[in-house]
Design a protein around this ligand. Structure first.
Ligand SMILES: [Zn+2]
Length: 298
């Protein structure tokens, strides 16, 4: 990985086509993704699923019109019990997965989400920081790759004509993930005088891109957008940088500990009354003595 790559990727590029008749997002994650996935050190199949979900959460989360968070959380009784990716409006991402490490299926490098989470569900949640209001849609995990689940979410929840492609790869000890989303805007719906359907045209171009090209480290996001959509007058808007940053804090740990029952607490305490709490996202360890615990809960 060179410095050049670090500058080129880990960002969301919003763009428009044909004077805002179609809007889109192009996300490519490299350094931030590698830091997260290498910290967790999951099996490749799990890491690649988390990569897809992190990248898609940036795509959809950056469409929010308010400051807050966007999470995609999967849950099932299958091998992959839980998987969660979170995007904040500042461009911070975090994620983790919980799974049955004994399952031999994990020896395969690449598995679709439905193979890891059969009969599972995905919750898409937007949380507004100021009001703490939540907007949630829950869908069944769709067959095939993760993009199919996102398509299903858009068709059933947002009811905006959208198309997404998303792919992740691991080679030369490095992960990379990319996603491109396009949406028909109300401007396109109202342009009944236009005989040409720009959204359908953009969809054709989007689906023509090869996985190797989408994930290539040799072409910048901007250059690839131009290559794909130059005939549709692509305009690039202000980028959002993406960082690996957790929002755990000592205050949150204190809050949790002051709200759990004595029996729950005794289940997680060491015999000397002390306690270690590890953040599931960033693995930061908070060690508390018996006296610390007493002062938090008094
Ligand atoms: Zn954390």
């Amino acid at each position: 990985m060179t410095n050049d790559c670090i500058e080129k990727f880990d960002k969301i590029i919003p763009f428009t086509l044909k004077k805002s008749k179609v809007r889109g997002r192009f996300v490519k994650l490299d350094k931030s993704l590698n830091t997260i996935l290498k910290r967790h050190n999951y099996e490749a199949a799990i890491s690649l699923s988390l990569a897809d979900i992190l990248c898609s959460s940036c795509c959809i989360g950056s469409l929010l019109k308010f400051n807050g968070f966007f999470t995609i959380q999967g849950s099932s009784k299958d091998t992959l019990k839980t998987i969660l990716a979170e995007y904040s409006s500042e461009g911070n991402i975090r994620g983790y997965a919980g799974y049955d490490t004994k399952k031999t299926i994990l020896e395969k490098d690449k598995l679709n989400l439905d193979q890891l989470m059969s009969k599972g569900h995905l919750a898409f949640t937007a949380i507004e920081s100021k009001s703490n209001k939540r907007y949630q849609s829950i869908i069944p995990v769709q067959n095939g790759n993760f993009s199919n689940s996102i398509d299903y979410y858009f068709k059933n929840s947002e009811q905006i004509n959208s198309e997404i492609i998303c792919s992740s790869d691991f080679s030369n000890n490095n992960y990379i993930s990319a996603a491109i989303l396009i949406q028909r805007t109300p401007k396109e719906y109202n342009s009944s005088n236009d005989h040409c359907d720009f959204f359908e045209e953009a969809k054709l171009f989007l689906n023509s891109i090869k996985k190797t090209e989408l994930l290539s480290r040799n072409i910048s996001i901007e250059d690839l957008l131009y290559k794909l959509f130059h005939s549709l007058d692509v305009r690039v808007l202000e980028e959002i940088k993406v960082k690996d940053k957790c929002r755990c804090s000592f205050e949150r740990v204190k809050n949790t500990l002051s709200n759990i029952s004595e029996s729950e607490l005794s289940d997680i305490k060491f015999s000397d009354g002390s306690l270690d709490i590890k953040c599931e996202f960033c693995k930061k360890l908070t060690s508390l003595s018996k006296e610390d615990l007493y002062s938090i809960r008094k």
